[in-house]
Design a protein around this ligand. Structure first.
Ligand code: NDP
Length: 241
C-alpha cells in the first residue's frame, strides 16, 4: 500500500516541488494550500494529487481539513509542515499584526496541523514529520525578528517531538533551507538579492527540487534512525554546529 503524505503549502514554490517529488516516488499526496485555487488546480491536474484548501493558522480548520484528508486519501504517514509566510520589518517599526500573523502561520500551525495527526501515527507505529524551517531561524536575520523567532521555534519543537515519539516508529526532523529560487525570494528587491547571492559560497540560489530531494530522503523507511536533527541545505552560506 502506498504511504500517504500531507504537504502543507504544497501547491507552490518549495511545497510544490515536495508534492511532485513524493508523488513521483510513489506516495499518495495531499497538498494543502491557503487561497490560490488556480495554482492548486493546475498542480492537481498535472501531477494527479489531491488538493485541500484551509488555513494552517486556524485550529478548527486544521482539524476539519485533516479529517477530510484522512477520509478521502487515507491515514497520514508523512507530514511535511511547509506552509510559511513572511511579513518583514525592522523590529522597531514592526506592528503587532506583522508579529502575530507570522507566529500564527509559521509556528502555531505546527501545533494545529501536527496535533490531529500524531495520535494516529503513534497507534500505527509509523510516522515521518518533516518541518521546513529556515537558515534565518538558525542565524537570525535583521528585518525578520518575527520569522526568525518562528523558524527557530520550529527547531525546538522538532527536538522535543522527536524525543517523545522515538519509540513509536516516528521520526521528526527539520530542514533549514538557505535562499531558494521561489516567489518568496523573487519578491526581494534585485539589489538586495544580488547582495545575498554574493554571500552564498556556491554562488547561486538553491532550487526547490533540492529541498524536495532532502524531504524524500528523510521520509524514506530507511531513514528510521535519523530523528531530532536539522538538515541544513544552504550552499554553505551558514554552517551551524
Ligand atoms: P511560497 O510563498 O512560494 O508558497 C507558500 C505556500 O504556502 C503556498 O502553497 C501557499 O498557499 C501556502 N500557504 C501560505 N500561507 C498558508 C496558510 N495560512 N495556510 C495554508 N497554506 C498556506 O513559499 P516558499 O515555497 O518560498 O516557502 C515554503 C517554506 O519554505 C516556508 O515555510 C518558508 O518559510 C520556507 N523557506 C523558504 C525559503 C526560500 O528561499 N523560499 C528559504 C527558507 C525557508 P497559496 O498558494 O494558496 O497562497
Amino acid at each position: 500500500m502506498a504511504r500517504v503524505a500531507l504537504v502543507t503549502g504544497g501547491t507552490r514554490g518549495i511545497g510544490k516541488a515536495i508534492s511532485e517529488k513524493l508523488a513521483k516516488s510513489g506516495y499518495k499526496v495531499a497538498a494543502n494550500y491557503a487561497g490560490n485555487d488556480k495554482a492548486a488546480n493546475e498542480l492537481a491536474k498535472s501531477v494527479k494529487i489531491d488538493v485541500f484548501k484551509w488555513d494552517v493558522g486556524d485550529w478548527e480548520a486544521c482539524q476539519a481539513g485533516i479529517r477530510r484528508v484522512e477520509d478521502e486519501v487515507g491515514p497520514i504517514d508523512v507530514l511535511v509542515n511547509n506552509a510559511g509566510i513572511t511579513r518583514d520589518a525592522v523590529f522597531h517599526r514592526m506592528n503587532v499584526d506583522q508579529w502575530r500573523e507570522v507566529i500564527r502561520v509559521d509556528l502555531d500551525s505546527l501545533f494545529y496541523v501536527t496535533r490531529p495527526v500524531i495520535e494516529g501515527m503513534r497507534t500505527r507505529g509509523f510516522g515521518r514529520i518533516i518541518n521546513i524551517s529556515s537558515i534565518n531561524g538558525q542565524k537570525g536575520q535583521s528585518g525578520q525578528a518575527n520569522y526568525s523567532a518562528a523558524k527557530a521555534g520550529m527547531i525546538g519543537f522538532t527536538k522535543a517531538l522527536a524525543q517523545e515519539n522515538a519509540n513509536k516508529g516516528i521520526t521528526v526532523n527539520c530542514i533549514a533551507p538557505g535562499y531558494i529560487d521561489t516567489e518568496m525570494v523573487q519578491a526581494v528587491p534585485e539589489q538586495v538579492l544580488n547582495k545575498i547571492i554574493s554571500t552564498i559560497p556556491t554562488g547561486r540560489l538553491g532550487k526547490a527540487t533540492e529541498i524536495a530531494d532532502a524531504v524524500a530522503f528523510l521520509a524514506a523507511d530507511s531513514s528510521a534512525f535519523i530523528t531530532g536533527s536539522t538538515l541544513t541545505v544552504n550552499g554553505a552560506q551558514y554552517i551551524s554546529g
